[in-house]
Design a binder for this molecule. Structure first.
Ligand SMILES: CC(C)(COP(=O)(O)OP(=O)(O)OC[C@H]1O[C@@H](n2cnc3c(N)ncnc32)[C@H](O)[C@@H]1OP(=O)(O)O)[C@@H](O)C(=O)NCCC(=O)NCCS
Length: 175
C-alpha cells in the first residue's frame, strides 16, 4: 500500500473514545514488539485502553492534540502533540507517542503522522518542538530524515518493556 492511500486526521476526545479499541491495539502491539514508549511488560489491552482514556481527557482539556492514521478506514497509527507546558514556554510543544502497528510499518505512515503533527503544532502558534527517542532506533532515523536536530544522548534514560535500559536521544526542530 502506498503512503498516498493513508488518511491522517486530528481526533476530538469523542473520536478518541470511539477509536479506543484500535488506539489501544496499536499501543499494545508496539509494547509487545519491544518499543520503549513508557510502559513495561506485561501490558494488556485493558492497560492500553486506560492509557488512551487518560489521553482523551487531556485532548478534551486542550492539553494535547492526538492525530491518527487510517489505512482503508482502519486506524493503524497515532501521534500526539503535548501543548500543556509551563507559562514561559508558550511557543513550544512536545511530540509524543508516535506509534504505528507492526502490520502497517515501512509504508511512510510515521512520516505522514509527523508531517501532520508539525502542521497542527504550527497552526496552534508553536514555533519550537522537542522530542526524545531511543538512540539509534527506527524513530530516531525518521526524525533525522525529517530535519530534526540532535541535542545529545542520555545513557540509560528509560527501560525497554523487558526492563533492559535504553539510551535516549533528545531532538528539537523549529517550525
Ligand atoms: C518508529 C515507527 C513509528 C516508524 O513507523 P513507520 O510507519 O514504519 O515509519 P516510516 O514508514 O515513515 O519509515 C520507516 C522506514 O520505512 C521506509 N519507507 C517509507 N515508505 C516506504 C515504502 N513505501 N516502501 C518501503 N519503505 C518505505 C522509510 O524510508 C524508513 O526507512 P528506514 O527504516 O531505513 O529509516 C514505528 O517503527 C513504531 O511504531 N515503532 C514502535 C514505537 C516507537 O518506537 N515509537 C517512537 C517513539 S519516539
Amino acid at each position: 500500500m502506498a503512503a498516498d492511500e493513508i488518511e491522517i486526521r486530528r481526533l476530538t476526545s469523542a473520536d478518541v473514545h470511539e477509536q479506543l479499541a484500535a488506539l489501544a491495539s496499536v499501543l499494545e502491539d508496539c509494547v509487545a514488539g519491544g518499543a520503549s514508549v513508557s510502559y513495561l511488560a506485561p501490558f494488556s489491552h485493558e492497560d492500553a485502553r486506560s492509557v488512551f482514556e487518560g489521553f482523551a481527557a487531556e485532548v478534551e482539556q486542550g492539553r494535547r492534540l492526538l492525530l491518527a492514521a487510517f489505512a482503508d478506514g482502519d486506524l493503524v497509527g497515532t501521534v500526539q502533540v503535548i501543548l500543556a507546558l509551563p507559562p514561559n514556554q508558550p511557543h513550544r510543544a512536545e511530540i509524543a507517542k508516535l506509534l504505528v502497528h507492526r502490520s502497517a510499518r515501512k509504508r511512510g505512515i510515521a512520516q505522514l503522522l509527523m508531517e501532520g503533527a508539525e502542521a497542527e503544532a504550527r497552526a496552534e502558534g508553536k514555533t519550537l518542538l522537542v522530542l526524545d527517542a531511543v538512540t539509534g532506533g527506527d524513530a530516531a532515523r525518521l526524525y533525522e530524515r525529517l530535519g530534526w536536530t540532535t541535542v545529545g544522548v542520555i545513557p540509560g534514560y528509560a527501560l525497554y518493556p523487558d526492563g533492559r535500559p535504553c539510551d535516549t536521544t533528545i531532538f528539537w526542530k523549529t517550525l
